[in-house]
Ligand binder design. Structure first.
Ligand code: AHG
Ligand code: MN
Ligand code: MN
Length: 345
C-alpha cells in the first residue's frame, strides 16, 4: 500500500490549478462537502447508540420510506452548502423540487450546482451495513447573476466538473474525481482529518465478481438473464463470485478497488430500473471512467444521456471495461433476436 501523509485539504489546494475554471470556488465547494461528510459520519457512527434510527413517518419523492438519517444527512449537506454561499442550486433525492440558492445579497453570483443522494443504501442503516453519500457537481449553464434554471440541473453527466462519494463503512472514505483521475481519502476520526490512502485508483480491466440483486431475476430482460448465466457457467475463469451489498456506494467502492461488474437492470416491474441518473449513476459513471472502467445503460454511455427530469431512473451496468462490454453484447444479442422474431411473425 502506498504510504503518504498528504491530507485531503493539502491535496485540494495542490491540485486547484488543474481545474479548468479554477479560482478557488470548486475547492471551497469540495471543502464544504468534506466538512458535511464528517458530521454525517459522526452521526452514522452513533446510529446504534441513540434513538436516531427508524422511520420518521414521511416518504420521499420516490414513495420510499424515509429514515431519520436520510433527513439528517440531507439537511446537513444542504445547510453546509447554503450557509457557505458556494452553490446556486441543489438537487437532492430527498427533495421533489430543486433548491434555488440566491446567495449573498440575493445576487445569484454562485456558479455551481450540486446533485446529490445524501444517504445512499438507507435501508442498510438498521443492520449496521455501509451507507454512503453520492454527489455530482456542474457549472451552471445560465448566466451568473440570474436565477438558476432547470437547464442547470438537467445537464448530461459528461458536463460534470467533479463527482464522488463518501462511504461510511468500516472506515469513512471520500473518493472523488475532478476529471484528473480518482483519489480516495480515509478519515482519521480521532483528529477529523482525511488522508490520501488510495491515490490514482484504477479499476482492473477484468474482474471476477458480478453484483446484482438476483431476487429480481425472473423480471430481468432476456439478455441480462443470459449474461448472469454466463457469469455462473464453469469455464476457465468462471464461475465468477457474486457479491451484493445493496448500497450502491459500497458495491461501487469494491468494484473500483477489486474490479467486477455492478448491475441494476430494467425489469418487467421497473421499466427504467431503480437507480437515479442525476445523483447516483452519473457521479459513479464519471468515477468509473476516470478509473479506466465503463458505465452504460446496456446500450448508451451513461454520461451521454440527456436527462429529462431531475429524478429520472436509468438501467445501470458499470465496472471493469471487459465485463461491462460482455454484458452489453448479451443484451444487444437478445434484443436483435427479439426483433428478428417479431419480423418473422
Ligand atoms: P437509496 O437508499 O438512496 O434509496 O438507494 C438505494 C439504492 C442503491 O444504493 C442500491 O444499490 C439499490 O438501491 C438497492 O436496491 P435493491 O434493494 O432493489 O437491490
Ligand atoms: Mn441511493
Ligand atoms: Mn438515498
Amino acid at each position: 500500500m502506498h504510504k503518504t501523509t498528504q491530507t485531503l485539504g493539502e491535496f485540494i489546494i495542490e491540485n486547484q490549478r488543474d481545474f479548468e475554471f479554477a479560482n478557488g470556488e470548486l475547492s471551497r465547494l469540495l471543502n464544504s462537502i468534506r466538512l458535511a461528510a464528517k458530521v454525517v459520519s459522526y452521526e452514522v457512527r452513533r446510529a446504534g447508540l441513540v434513538d436516531i434510527t427508524g422511520t420518521v413517518g414521511a416518504t420521499n419523492v420516490q414513495g420510499e420510506e424515509q429514515k431519520k438519517l436520510d433527513v439528517f444527512a440531507n439537511e446537513c449537506f444542504i445547510n453546509t452548502l447554503t450557509n457557505r454561499d458556494i452553490v446556486c442550486g441543489i438537487v437532492s433525492e430527498e427533495n421533489e423540487e430543486p433548491i434555488h440558492i440566491t446567495g449573498a445579497n440575493n445576487r445569484n453570483q454562485n456558479k455551481y450546482v450540486v446533485l446529490m443522494d445524501p444517504l445512499d443504501g438507507s435501508s442498510n442503516i438498521d443492520v449496521n451495513i455501509t451507507v454512503g453519500t453520492i454527489f455530482g457537481i456542474y457549472q451552471r449553464v445560465s448566466p451568473v447573476g440570474t436565477p438558476v434554471t432547470m437547464e442547470d440541473f438537467l445537464q448530461p453527466g459528461n458536463m460534470q466538473v467533479a463527482a464522488g462519494y463518501i462511504a461510511y463503512g468500516t472506515s469513512t472514505m471520500i473518493v472523488y474525481t475532478t476529471g484528473q483521475g480518482v483519489n480516495g481519502f480515509t478519515l482519521n476520526p480521532a483528529i477529523g482529518t482525511y488522508y490520501l490512502s488510495h491515490p490514482n485508483i484504477q479499476v482492473p480491466e477484468m474482474g471476477r465478481i458480478y453484483s446484482v440483486n438476483e431476487g429480481g431475476y425472473v423480471h430481468f430482460p432476456k439478455g441480462v438473464k443470459n449474461y448472469i448465466k454466463y457469469c455462473q457457467r464453469e469455464e476457465e475463469d468462471r464461475p465468477y463470485t457474486s457479491r451484493y451489498v445493496g448500497s450502491m456506494v459500497a458495491d461501487i467502492h469494491r468494484t473500483l478497488l477489486q474490479g467486477g461488474i455492478y448491475m441494476y437492470p430494467k425489469s418487467s416491474e421497473r421499466e427504467a430500473g431503480k437507480l437515479r441518473l442525476g445523483y447516483e449513476c452519473n457521479p459513479v459513471a464519471f468515477l468509473l471512467e476516470q478509473a479506466g472502467g465503463r458505465a452504460t445503460d446496456g446500450f448508451r454511455r451513461i454520461m451521454d444521456i440527456k436527462p429529462e427530469h431531475i429524478h429520472q431512473r436509468v438501467p445501470f451496468f458499470g465496472g471493469s471495461t471487459q465485463m461491462v462490454e460482455k454484458a452489453e453484447s448479451f443484451i444487444r444479442e437478445a434484443e436483435d433476436d427479439a426483433r428478428k422474431t417479431e419480423i418473422e411473425v
